[in-house]
Design a protein around this ligand. Sequence first.
Ligand SMILES: Nc1nc2c(ncn2[C@@H]2O[C@H](COP(=O)(O)O[C@H]3[C@@H](O)[C@H](n4cnc5c(=O)[nH]c(N)nc54)O[C@@H]3COP(=O)(O)O)[C@@H](O)[C@H]2O)c(=O)[nH]1
Length: 887
Amino acid sequence: MASASADKAGLRRWLGLGLETHISLPVFAAILLVVIWVVTLRTVANDREAAHLAARASSQEMIDTYEAQVARNLGSIDQTLKVLKYSVELNGAAGALPALNRQGLLPSGLVFMVTVVDRDGRIVASNPPLGGASVASQPFFRFHQHSRADTPYVSQTTTDEANPDWHIHFSRRLNDAAGGFAGAVVVAVDPAYFTSGYERSRMGEHGALGLFGSDGVFRALRVGDNVAWGGGAPAASDDSGALVLSKWDGRRRYTSVRRLHGFSLTAIVGLAESEQMAAFEQQRRNYLWLAGSGSAALVLVVALVCVLSWQMTRTRRRIRRFQETYAAASEASVDAFFVMRSICDDKGTIVDFVIEATNTRAEKMSGMSKQELHGQQLCVVMPSYRDNGIFDDLVKVAILGGVHEAEWQSNHPAIDQRWLHRQVVPVEGGVVAIVRDITERKLAEERIRHMAHHDELTGLPNRSLIRDRLDQAIRHARRNGRCVAVAFIDLDGFKLVNDGLGHNAGDELLKVVGARMAGCMRRDDMLGRFGGDEFVIILADQPDDPMAVAPVLEKIRQAVNEPILLDSQEVQVGCSMGVVMYPRDGDDPNTLMMNADAAMYRAKELGKNAFQFYAREMNASVEEKLVLLEGLRNALECRQFSLLYQPKVDLRSGRIFGVEALIRWQHPEHGMVSPARFIALAEESGLIIPIGDWVLQTACRQARAWCDAGLPRVTMSVNVSPRQFEEKRLVERIAHALHDSGLPARALEIEVTEGLIMRDLAQSVGKMGELKAMGVNLSIDDFGTGYSSLSALKSFPISTLKIDKSFVSDLADNAGDQAIALAVISLGHRLNLRVLAEGVETEQQRRFLLDNDCDEMQGYLFSRPLPPAEVEALLRRQAAEALAGAC
Ligand SMILES: Nc1nc2c(ncn2[C@@H]2O[C@H](COP(=O)(O)O[C@H]3[C@@H](O)[C@H](n4cnc5c(=O)[nH]c(N)nc54)O[C@@H]3COP(=O)(O)O)[C@@H](O)[C@H]2O)c(=O)[nH]1
């Protein structure tokens, strides 16, 4: 099947090629040329044959005429010889001529020279008179002397003593009475006498006419005006007029010969081929010239037509290829093509466009097949184009030219609501519209725009959109004399969840909280996520009364406070809100946001989970933070840090077994600054690394100093913050501090918070393992505030759990805290860990802890954090007491 269709296609291709003018015309021209030349050559051949035959006929005719003429002449000569012979026989040699003269029978001496010769060869009489010359040596004389034949003798053309002019001897023998030789009668004739019949008009310049003897020697031969003799006769043997080469001049002649009766002479007529065929040759040249010039003209015309046709074919092919390429490209294109011709009214105004060509994409876009579309009027198929400006745009392009581009959202049923892009270009008599579906791009742009202005996690407006909206709200409020409330919200306890349960839980919490806050607001209000656990609320179009926004803020606070179930764990967060009002707290977005931030910090300071309206003096705390940070940078260098040591006591024996190193900062202007204020700042700025190093080294040196002073050995506990713990060289730094101070590793304890470990459990456990391997003790600080699972806890290489002081402070009255403390104690013991309660301030707390088997305690009840000297005193006293007890 495939090969059959391929054959058909091949045949079609060849037929197509055959029909191409530049191929068929040369073929036709070649045939025509062959015909022309066959006819021409045939005609020439025919004409040649005719001319040839005519020449031969002419030659034959002329030989007839010449023969008759010569026969007459020879007859006349022979008659003269006979008369003369008779007269000699009658009157004797001397009287013969006068007797003939008297009778008027003597021929004129001008034509014939008549001579009588005796047996000795002497001329005895002649006319004109010649004297007694001897002709005995002449061939005719010898012929007659020896031959008795009574036939005339014809000599060759000759001259002799008696007659110096060239002549031919015609002679007859004279016999005596006894029949012996008695001499001869001779008639000498000018050879030209026999060629006078030469007709120039018929024989031309090179015709030949003459006589030759049986010896083959010419007696007379006239060619043109020249008469000659001697030389060999041609080989012609009949009177057929055959074409024979004349030996004397090498010309070919139509030659006829005829033997003459009674004489051993042959008449010859030759018509020169060159002359006889001249007319034919001229005609042949004419024919050939006509055929040649006709052929050349034909070839030229055909060549021209072929070149033109070839160029047209090439152009057509190019156009076809272009059309095919265009069609293929347009078919493969993602764009729809509509080729449209303008329809004009009587005045030339474009009233519509008729669709002339489309591609497959156009079918999909219009919901109509190509056949249905072709020939349709645009505004009939798409009536809405008249009203939505598209028709006007097409008309503009068709009239004014140029390229028009635009995007629009379709309402055509086949592609309803899809975004389209059109490019309209003018073409001869109409326009081409290239239409592309850009819905995906539009959606992507929308997504990108949304992503650029929205928080990826919660989908809420982001920082930049918040600022824009705030700007808008301010401008609107400025125009309408209204106010704008802005609340800066920071979640309380978020860090704990994020650190404890991991980032995924933190993300989930942010989403839930975001959704809850959004649920408390009206449509015109705006909630955005500013970053981390910070949110911003913009309440536009407010009266000049801050308290008007209080209900919605309270509603938000309560919604946020609701417990949240994360990964089967229930958590609870609060929110601290700083609220500002435009224009009273600032008249631009920056000022408003900064002041809201300050108010939020004040809310935090005042116990968190509340909202706080901005007051001018709040900005001081922000400034103070900056001042603190500046001071912190110099604090190490300026030796403004010191360490206090808070004793850790065995609950049962009351003995000090360790101390916790707690940093203090003596600020030159602000006095003693609590680590609760600057540790977070040091964390944020990265200064915690050098500060932490200093703490480690100082604490290790102090512990070693106490050892060296002979005091009872105590474990030195050092707090390590998250950033410190995550720093790559932590283990190396601790090893370095131990090595520098000479403190044994077992005398050092590192306190890490539960949240810190949970940030990256695997890495934390690995690092703790390394420290444990060095011999360093590890304890978990603030236990109970984080979210360690029991299985995770099991993998920690720790020795102590520290119950956070927030559970200890209300231990006496709060059953929940009691339950937590008891659970931690029980858990610790089950894991073979010691349990230390921190923040023990009252005897009641101590008693509860002791009664419930807690191992160790730390708190103001026993001692506040102390300078080294006071710890030393305590240790000495304890040693002394121990000694006294022992004694
Ligand atoms: N990374 C480091 N963190 C440090 C370092 N030094 C201190 N800190 C951390 O700063 C926070 C505040 O510390 P501080 O103001 O020193 O408070 C400690 C004690 O003074 C306080 N405490 C002790 N007993 C009581 C008490 O009975 N009642 C009460 N209200 N407070 C008490 O508790 C703080 C010790 O807590 P903890 O570390 O959890 O044991 C604090 O978080 C320090 O950890 C440092 O060098 N590096």
